[in-house]
Design a protein around this ligand. Sequence first.
Ligand SMILES: Cc1cc2nc3c(=O)[nH]c(=O)nc-3n(C[C@H](O)[C@H](O)[C@H](O)COP(=O)(O)OP(=O)(O)OC[C@H]3O[C@@H](n4cnc5c(N)ncnc54)[C@H](O)[C@@H]3O)c2cc1C
Ligand SMILES: NC(=O)c1ccc[n+]([C@@H]2O[C@H](COP(=O)([O-])OP(=O)(O)OC[C@H]3O[C@@H](n4cnc5c(N)ncnc54)[C@H](O)[C@@H]3O)[C@@H](O)[C@H]2O)c1
Length: 473
Amino acid sequence: MTHYDLAIIGTGSGNSLITRRWADRKVVLVDRGAFGGTCLNRGCIPTKMYVYPADLAAASGDAARLGVDLSLEGVRWQDVRDRIFTRIDANSADARSYRADQPEYVTLIEDDVHLVGEKSFQTSSGEVISADQLVIATGSHAIRPDIPGIDLPQVHTSDTIMRLPDRPRRLLIKGGGYIAAEFAHIFGSFGTEVTITVRSGTMLRHLDETVSTVFTEQAAQQWDVRLRTAVTGLTANDDGSVTARLEGPDGQSDLEVDLVLVAVGRAPNTDGLGVEEVGFDLHPDRRLAVDEYQRVLRAGEPVEGVWSLGDVSSAHQLKHVANHEARTVAHNLLHPDELRASDHRFVPAAVFSHPQVAAVGLTEEQALAYAETSGVPVVTAVQQYGATAYGWAMEDTTGFVKLIAEQPTGRILGAHIVGHEASLLIQPILQAMSFDLDAYSMARGQYWIHPALTEVVENALLKLRTNRELLHP
Ligand SMILES: Cc1cc2nc3c(=O)[nH]c(=O)nc-3n(C[C@H](O)[C@H](O)[C@H](O)COP(=O)(O)OP(=O)(O)OC[C@H]3O[C@@H](n4cnc5c(N)ncnc54)[C@H](O)[C@@H]3O)c2cc1C
Ligand SMILES: NC(=O)c1ccc[n+]([C@@H]2O[C@H](COP(=O)([O-])OP(=O)(O)OC[C@H]3O[C@@H](n4cnc5c(N)ncnc54)[C@H](O)[C@@H]3O)[C@@H](O)[C@H]2O)c1
């Protein structure tokens, strides 16, 4: 058995824990997959590197209403793919070499491991490692639902679809969440016929109802969206295509496609890790349970020196959350007597689709429930992009900013944006929420550049104020 000061399982956000502060100690970093984890190799970064060219391709369709006739001559899939993965693979290889070249204090083990004690684990080749402190940062994996034909080679998850040799002519996407929305945009803008099957009545159904309703309407104008529809089986055809058996409101039907993307959520990587065997607590969705300091729990109590962060233990499967939690763990590993808590109060998210969506805080439904239990009235305001000067320039008819605040104080509880650069527009609202700036002061306490698109945020804030004054003259 080899003993270390610190052992980290997972090179996603886990890799960022190793700073020079550890240079005089012994650290072991373990990963069974590509160095850098999901975000770098098969998640946020390559998807957004596809989304940007998809936005350019989609612009050809969006420009006509402005009197600009663009035509899309074509998309060179292999060139797009190779530009992305030449950069990604080099980045992953460089990050790996950087760690592998620090043998004086970091040992890199590229193997699958499972726990054999609360702070010890075994590699698949039999090596046993123990450590004073252990960080579990093993991420999550795409769920493959149990339907006939799910193992056909034409069935992909987000792990594999970005490296396809060719772009499919017809793609079926099962699921209506983030990954479905982003890949529908990517493939649809590039010219693939996209069909999406969604179990419920809307896409992005976990978001604010106005958002999911508007997004679903716009999705249906671009892709063949089949709501309340299940895929009950997949069969390979002789010509390489796949027939999907669908069950929807009109009964059963068959759909022939070239490829299938399964996007029905991701599950934490706790299976096979041995966490139950050593008694660590799991949530019902099999996430590792941690306290606010990111300490792993056993029977509800923190296990000394055992930490977790990111998708394996977080309620939010988002890279900025994994990074935030990594900063908490980085501090706490070195300052056991001054523990710092993670701040999950205002976690934003964006869906990089067409249109873009961004959200932070409570949905309207949640805010109304909060008003009922707290007795604090809430006020909402919806401002259309099209009612601002930049919205006129864009001839925008669908984008909007929806804000929800406590009525007496103007404390912002939630923000929901659909439309051009929603992911950028939400940031000042998030800043106000994080630094306790109320909506009323935010609206008039600063200049807003005219006629920038940010005026839609300014106007939404002003509307909250007007609505407040209407309620309380
Ligand atoms: C297609 C896609 C797009 C996304 N886009 C965004 C986005 O735009 N914005 C955003 O915020 N988030 C996005 N995400 C989510 C984001 O990628 C994750 O939240 C983030 O990468 C999680 O980081 P992590 O460090 O927890 O785990 P990971 O980065 O997954 O790292 C975990 C590592 O642990 C290793 N590992 C697991 N089990 C073992 C074991 N037993 N032994 C050894 N090694 C093990 C794995 O190989 C992996 O490398 C996206 C995800 C996907 C799939
Ligand atoms: N831009 C981003 O930040 C970004 C992009 C991609 C992924 N992600 C992260 O990755 C996670 C996983 O993405 P995702 O799209 O797979 O998950 P998701 O949770 O966003 O959506 C999954 C969808 O599949 C549906 N579903 C679940 N089980 C099903 C079943 N058996 N049959 C049919 N439908 C089913 C759900 O109702 C939901 O609509 C996201 O939750 C997100 O946290 C983030």
